[in-house]
Design a protein around this ligand. Structure first.
Ligand SMILES: CC(C)(COP(=O)(O)OP(=O)(O)OC[C@H]1O[C@@H](n2cnc3c(N)ncnc32)[C@H](O)[C@@H]1OP(=O)(O)O)[C@@H](O)C(=O)NCCC(=O)NCCS
Length: 177
């Protein structure tokens, strides 16, 4: 079982009883504003998404971690890795991403989980490069990206929704510097 402990968080694979909490997060328009076209997910969509995230873990040996608060056991959202098939222009690649419930923003949890996920990618899984893909204007994500030490690489557009995207990247050498 893949688990990472940080000072305040447990990063782990998904459990069946994460569905309700993750569905609440995905149903919040504040959370989804910068995700794809900004649509919220219904319960079935979140159930399918969790199934896909678990499949990616099984197929790739990495994936999106469920992020749990150690102090309370609450599910705060996800942080972790995925293959960005939706964006052929950057492939082959592994991307880091994050989504927390709004009540968990502004406490450094996303950065703490993202740092641990990046270490997992580059040091544990032996990947040599990790990218991030963020919508232009998503300053909260850009803040996390900056704190991870990722460098701007290119701008592109979402192939389906057409909005501008920033691509940042970091490799193992830069990570260790
Ligand atoms: C993107 C997202 C994960 C960022 O979360 P966040 O809480 O803003 O990010 P951080 O964990 O870096 O925390 C930010 C702030 O917490 C504050 N903070 C409070 N206590 C802290 C602590 N103990 N340690 C560190 N920072 C702390 C810091 O001031 C920090 O702000 P700064 O970077 O300006 O210094 C969040 O906005 C989100 O889930 N958005 C919706 C989903 C989304 O848009 N995902 C990306 C697009 S696909």
């Amino acid at each position: 079982m893949t688990e990472i402990h940080t000072p305040r968080l447990l990063l782990r694979r998904w459990h069946d009883d994460d569905l309700t909490a993750m569905a609440d997060i995905n149903a919040d328009p504040r959370v989804m504003r910068w995700v794809d076209d900004g649509s919220v997910y219904d319960l079935d969509h979140t159930a399918e998404a969790i199934e896909e995230w678990e499949e990616e873990w099984d197929e790739e040996g990495f994936g999106l971690f469920a992020v749990e608060l150690l102090a309370s056991g609450e599910l705060a959202g996800f942080t972790g890795l995925s293959v960005p098939h939706f964006l052929p222009a950057v492939m082959p690649a592994v991307a880091i991403g994050w989504r927390l419930g709004a009540q968990f923003w502004g406490q450094g949890y996303a950065s703490e989980a993202a740092q641990a996920s990046l270490e997992f990618a580059l040091q544990d899984r032996g990947l040599d490069r990790v990218i991030s893909i963020s919508r232009v204007g998503d300053t909260a994500s850009e803040n996390v990206i900056r704190k991870l030490g990722m460098a701007p690489e290119r701008e592109t557009v979402h192939p389906v929704h057409g909005h501008p995207l920033h691509v940042h990247a970091i490799d193992l050498t830069e990570f260790q510097a």
